[in-house]
Design a protein around this ligand. Sequence first.
Ligand code: AP5
Ligand code: MG
Length: 234
Amino acid sequence: MADSLFIVMVGAPGAGKGTQADLISARLGLPKIASGDLFRDNLQRQTELGQLAKAYMDRGELVPDGVTVRMVAERLSRPDCTQGAVLDGFPRNIAQAQALEAILQERGEAVRLVPYIRVSEAELLDRLSGRWMCRAAQHAYHERHNPPKVPGVCDLDGSPLYQRDDDRPETVRRRIQVYLEQTAPLLDYYRQRGLLVEINGEQPIEKVYSEIVGYLAGYRHDLSEVAGRTRADA
Ligand code: AP5
Ligand code: MG
C-alpha cells in the first residue's frame, strides 16, 4: 500500500504523454491506464460506451465525467493495479482529479507524482499531424521524429499503423482549446499539493524519459542507477 506508485501524466494533446507512459510503465512493471486508449478500444469493439465516446472525441470535446470516471475506476479496481499505475489522459479536469483522489483514498493510496510535459503549440500540431498509432496496443510513432523500422508496421507487436480521426487539424485545434480551458487548471491543483514536476517536452524522447526517471528514483530505489546512467549519457 504505502509502496504503491500512482503516477499521473499531464500535458497537452500530442505532448508525449502516451509515449512516456509506455516507457515508464514497462520500466516500473506497472500498467498504463490511458482513458483515450480505453475509449478507442471500446469503439473498436463497438460497445455502447465506444459509440457514446466517439461523438465527443470526433469533436475534440471531453467525454462526460460520469462515464469516464466509472470506466477508469473499474480499470483501477483490477488486481494488476495493486502496486500502482501510470495514468495517461486521466484526470483531465478538477472534478476528475477529485474523483481519483477519492477512489485512491478509499484504498489508503494517493497520487505520488505528476510529470507535466510542456510543449509549445506549434510543436503539438507538427507532432499530431505526423503521428501513426498501432492497432493492437496504441503505441505511438511519428513519421519523422520516431519512425517505425518498417513503414506502416508497429515495431513492438507487428500490428498495422493508422492515423487517428481526431488528429485532423480542425479537431486538434479544438482539443488544444479544451485542454487550455479545462485541463490546464490541473497544473495548479497538483502544484499546490507538491506533486507536479515540470519537464521540457521539446527534447528527444529518451531525454524526456530520463528526466522523468530521475524524479521517480526518489520513490523507487531500483531506478537510481538507471537515472544516474541516463543522466551521464545525456
Ligand atoms: P487522448 O487519447 O488522451 O488524447 P490527447 O490527450 O489529446 O493526447 P494524445 O494521445 O493526442 O497525445 P499524447 O500526449 O499521448 O502524445 P503521444 O505520446 O501520442 O484523448 C482523446 C480524446 O478522448 C479526448 O479528446 C476526449 O474526447 C477523450 N478523452 C480521453 N480521456 C478523457 C478524459 N479523462 N475525460 C474526458 N474525455 C477524455 O505523442 C504524439 C506524437 O509525438 C507521436 O507521433 C510521438 O511519436 C511524437 N513524440 C512524442 N514525444 C516526442 C518527442 N519528445 N519529440 C518528438 N516527437 C515526439
Ligand atoms: Mg495519448
